[in-house]
Design a protein around this ligand. Structure first.
Ligand SMILES: Nc1ncnc2c1ncn2[C@@H]1O[C@H](COP(=O)(O)OP(=O)(O)OP(=O)(O)O)[C@@H](O)[C@H]1O
Ligand SMILES: [Mg+2]
Length: 238
């Protein structure tokens, strides 16, 4: 059997007294698209940070393509799209992409840059400084930068936030084509309908654990919403 794209065993993470994740077991096969659902504070971002190697688990083991997330070859296989932009405001869109492209030794860089700028519909703004970009435009460029080196594993933390309807459509199409290319994709979102459009599998984090691991085709989004996203009981909140 092929090595899983991602394999977590008994992963826990504490921040001092705060428990963020408890005994997470998760295996994701290459080419799978997994949505990670759960209310605010459920541990979604923490989980993605552990997978990307930004944060170490307090205990348990994490493997990307059979090796440690911090390994050099894994850095080249990974793309992270979150609210951190990783862009230089004093450079143009084109210069940012050239900078990252050289850092990742992207082959045929000029052509790749053309392709990704076209995909995120920013070609006409390529000579403008990123500091002068709107939030949504910056988010589009972040996406372009993240897929420039053709990563095998994409980690997206609420990537639709701040995008207008057209950009949401653009990102959905882009993710569908990434999926067709066989990429492994993990997406956190509060938008169940988008999750259902894109992914075949979902997990729900609740009380620091995976409370459900299922197939979207077998699940009605409204049922998930009713069951897991109803307001917390007052007793639990205090
Ligand atoms: N750097 C940190 N220091 C202390 N506590 C943290 C830190 N990062 C996360 N936490 C805590 O870990 C828990 C999980 O947070 P996390 O950001 O992973 O949630 P989330 O599911 O991404 O929530 P949201 O939907 O709001 O983005 C929360 O209780 C949070 O306060
Ligand atoms: Mg989060």
């Amino acid at each position: 059997m092929a090595v899983p794209a991602l394999h977590l065993e008994k992963v826990s993470k504490d921040f001092g007294r705060i428990i963020a994740l408890r005994n997470i077991d998760l295996k994701v096969e290459p080419g799978e698209f997994l949505s990670i659902l759960g209310r605010n504070g459920a541990g979604k971002t923490t989980l993605l940070n552990i997978i990307s190697g930004v944060s170490r688990p307090s205990s348990g083991s994490v493997q990307l393509f059979g090796t440690d997330p911090g390994d050099r070859e894994n850095k080249a296989k990974l793309a992270v799209i979150s609210h951190e932009m990783f862009l230089y405001g004093n450079l143009t869109a084109l210069e940012n992409l050239e900078y990252y492209g050289r850092m990742y030794s992207v082959n045929d860089l000029e052509q790749r840059i053309k392709t990704v700028l076209h995909e995120v519909e920013l070609t006409h703004r390529r000579f403008d400084l990123v500091a002068a970009f709107s939030r949504g435009m910056t988010q589009r460029l972040t996406i372009a930068r993240a897929i420039l080196h053709q990563p095998s594993l994409l980690l997206l933390d609420e990537p639709f936030t701040g995008l207008d309807q057209q950009a949401i459509g653009m990102l959905i199409d882009l993710l569908k084509s990434q999926k067709e290319l066989g990429r492994t994709i993990l997406l956190t979102t509060h938008d169940l309908h988008t999750a259902k459009v894109l992914s075949e599998r979902y997990i729900i984090l609740e009380k620091h654990q995976i409370m459900q691991d299922g197939l979207m085709t077998e699940t009605n989004p409204d049922e998930i919403r009713k069951k897991y996203f109803s307001p917390l009981e007052k007793a639990e909140m205090s």
